[in-house]
Design a protein around this ligand. Structure first.
Ligand SMILES: Cc1cc2nc3c(=O)[nH]c(=O)nc-3n(C[C@H](O)[C@H](O)[C@H](O)COP(=O)(O)OP(=O)(O)OC[C@H]3O[C@@H](n4cnc5c(N)ncnc54)[C@H](O)[C@@H]3O)c2cc1C
Ligand SMILES: NC(=O)c1ccc[n+]([C@@H]2O[C@H](COP(=O)([O-])OP(=O)(O)OC[C@H]3O[C@@H](n4cnc5c(N)ncnc54)[C@H](OP(=O)(O)O)[C@@H]3O)[C@@H](O)[C@H]2O)c1
Length: 560
């Protein structure tokens, strides 16, 4: 597009006005605030003339920030300059964003927003005093290398335009409508903090836990400090599901505790594992070894546990043409199958004395839980139905019951069949899929995804957006998509109704929390917790000793 002189005039007027109003922000030189407009201007700088308005020399900042709809309209000559008071327009150039949830999705969204919008101020709230979501409370203690991403997230939290507020719960401390009143843009990234249910008889018996609770327990999440799973009354545990979480849980139960002692596993958990009588773990999948939902690195790790007897039935490894087809199209599935076959072929036929045991059980779906005759209310086994696979095509083979049943005796069951998100008041929610209906991160009212029903200024990211699958890095791409939608909406003026008036942002949030007697905890408070945990850890030759009760966390956060 060739720029008209009137466009350039309008552009320069806007820039000069901004410089006059906000000399500290814009300085005395011209910063190009809109990458789109910058492209238009490129090659036409000589027409702008000399002086402070000339093309910025190399090294000058080019702000990728989006202009408001009205500003662009003025620049394009579609609106006369001065139609609105410009100080108002300047205010909307600094959109306030709030992200709810400080897991990977929240932090990647904040990082991308800060980069894409040089004027944006981002506040992140989390219900816990500690940030980082499942990187702290999900990733296994014996995977310290995975937690290094915390350094990157900490740099985001320490960014001058970013703030972290822990101890603030969406839904109780503050409502969604409060946040939408306070901020131009609200991004929900609060993950999946509940569990899929099997819906079969006996699911409430004692001794049955979800993997989420068990993982929170061994990772010191304050909500599961008192879970206290009974590891002493039985020698057998059944884990339902064969995804990576199931493998994590099996590894923690079976790995020699001496290898966990130098990790950040909570001390009370290490003691419980040291005293555990569990020797045998069944990993139960409703489908076959070709469909096991885990990945190779994690499978290799569990198969490589010292002094472990691994049982995989040769009969389960027989492949059908549909399995072959699936493996042809999926390298991970092929590698997982190969590893399982190799383990089946190389293992001994019987466990030796004192060996711990891991039994892969395929083609079995849980039908009901059995209650102990000796202790009423306590689980004593899982009644499973044998299955066959029906359907063709990758991912289409589903498990169908054959009407043949058997019992797996055990004293503890961990259900690892997937996490589930929970809605908050006023949030559209697809209860079937367990996600917030959205189009590329834009929340839509209607689960069918009608694009005309967009909730202006409201976005989602991470597990709440996609469902409870994907590794940490998956949330990076997910955040890129959500932030691109925000940028597009700002550019296209879609956010005009929420962004044309100044919003109270952080100041308003803090005022509202104060009125409600809620004490938000800053990133600095987390750093105090972090420092306390690290010094407690040094005493035990561990990277950290996690504080695992609300009381201890709040006490450390308040330290001078
Ligand atoms: C057990 C387990 C182990 C894993 N291990 C690995 C691994 O080794 N490597 C890997 O790459 N990926 C791993 N993953 C996957 C990875 O953790 C997820 O992809 C990622 O954490 C999802 O990010 P999220 O931000 O959507 O959710 P989360 O990480 O769950 O973050 C959600 C945040 O929202 C906060 N929150 C919840 N409700 C509210 C509320 N109402 N108000 C305010 N805040 C709220 C929570 O406190 C939390 O901080 C693992 C997952 C699990 C479950
Ligand atoms: N180290 C790591 O990188 C790591 C560690 C942990 C988690 N993660 C990631 O976190 C995400 C979540 O992991 P996840 O293990 O919770 O979920 P997942 O990978 O989706 O696995 C869920 C498992 O539960 C089974 N299942 C679901 N519904 C069931 C039912 N009604 N009855 C019986 N079985 C049922 C599934 O079988 P079907 O296949 O038959 O449905 C599958 O085996 C995954 O993307 C995972 O890769 C990564």
């Amino acid at each position: 597009m060739e720029l008209e002189d009137t466009h350039i005039d309008a552009y320069l007027k806007i820039i000069r006005r901004r410089q006059r109003l906000h000399p500290t922000v814009y300085g005395s030189r011209i910063n190009i605030l809109d990458s789109q407009f910058f492209t238009l201007l490129d090659h036409q700088w000589d027409r702008i003339g000399t002086g402070p308005e000339r093309k910025p020399p190399a090294g000058w900042s080019v702000f990728g920030q989006t202009w408001s709809h009205d500003e662009l309209a003025v620049v394009r000559g579609e609106l006369p300059l001065g139609i609105r008071p410009w100080h108002d327009v300047d205010l909307v150039l600094i959109p306030c964003n709030v992200g709810v949830g400080s897991g990977p999705a929240g932090f990647y969204t904040a990082e991308k927003t800060l980069k894409a919008h040089q004027g944006a101020q981002v506040d992140i709230i989390d219900r816990l005093p500690t940030p980082f979501g499942l990187v702290r409370s999900g990733v296994a203690p014996d995977h310290p290398e995975t937690k290094i991403v915390i350094n990157q997230f900490s740099r985001v939290a320490q960014h001058e335009r970013c703030s972290f507020f822990g101890n603030v719960t969406l839904g109780s401390s503050i409502s969604l409508s409060d946040l939408r009143e306070l901020y131009h843009v609200v991004v929900l990234a609060y993950g999946s903090e509940s569990d899929r249910a099997l819906g079969i008889p006996g699911e409430d018996l004692m001794g049955i836990h979800s993997a989420r609770e068990f993982v929170w327990w061994y990772n010191g999440h304050p909500d599961c400090r008192n879970l206290d799973p009974d590891l002493k009354s039985t020698d057998t545990a059944v884990i339902l599901g064969q995804g990576n979480v199931a493998l994590d849980v099996a590894r923690i139960l079976l790995r020699p505790t001496s290898e966990l002692a130098t990790t950040d596993i909570a001390s009370h958990v290490l003691t419980a594992l040291e005293e555990s009588s569990i020797r045998k773990v069944y990993l139960v999948g409703r489908r076959g070894p070709v469909q096991a939902a885990c990945t190779t690195k994690e499978l290799r790790e569990v198969l490589g546990i010292k002094n472990l007897y691994v049982n995989i039935k040769e009969a389960d490894l027989v492949k059908t043409p549909a399995d072959e087809e699936e493996m042809k199209n999926n390298q991970i599935q092929r590698r997982v199958y190969e590893l399982l076959s190799k383990a089946a072929a190389s293992g001994s036929s019987q466990p030796s004395s004192g060996q711990r045991e891991l039994h892969f059980v395929f083609f079995r779906k849980p039908d009901s839980f059995l209650e102990s005759d000796e202790r009423s209310g306590l689980v004593s086994g899982v009644h499973v139905e044998k299955t066959v696979l029906k359907g063709v095509g990758p991912g289409k083979q589903i498990a169908v019951g054959t009407g043949e049943f058997e019992d797996l005796d055990c004293g503890m069951v961990l259900k690892s069949i997937g996490y589930k998100s929970v809605p908050v008041n006023g949030l559209p929610f697809d209860h079937n899929k367990g996600v917030v209906p959205n189009i590329r991160g834009r929340v839509v009212t209607d689960p069918s995804g009608d694009p005309t029903q967009v909730e202006t200024g409201l976005y989602v990211c991470g597990w709440l957006k996609r469902g409870p699958t994907g590794i940490i890095a998956t949330n990076l791409y997910c955040a890129e998509e959500t932030v691109a939608s925000i940028s597009e909406d700002l550019e296209r003026g879609v956010l005009k109704s929420t962004s044309s008036l100044p919003k109270a942002g952080r100041e308003g949030l803090l005022q509202l929390l104060d009125d409600r007697n809620i004490r938000p905890l800053s990133f600095n408070a987390w750093e105090k917790i972090d420092s306390e945990e690290k010094s407690l850890g040094r005493l035990r030759n561990k990277p950290r000793e996690k504080l695992t009760t609300w009381e201890d966390l709040l006490k450390a956060a308040a330290m001078k």
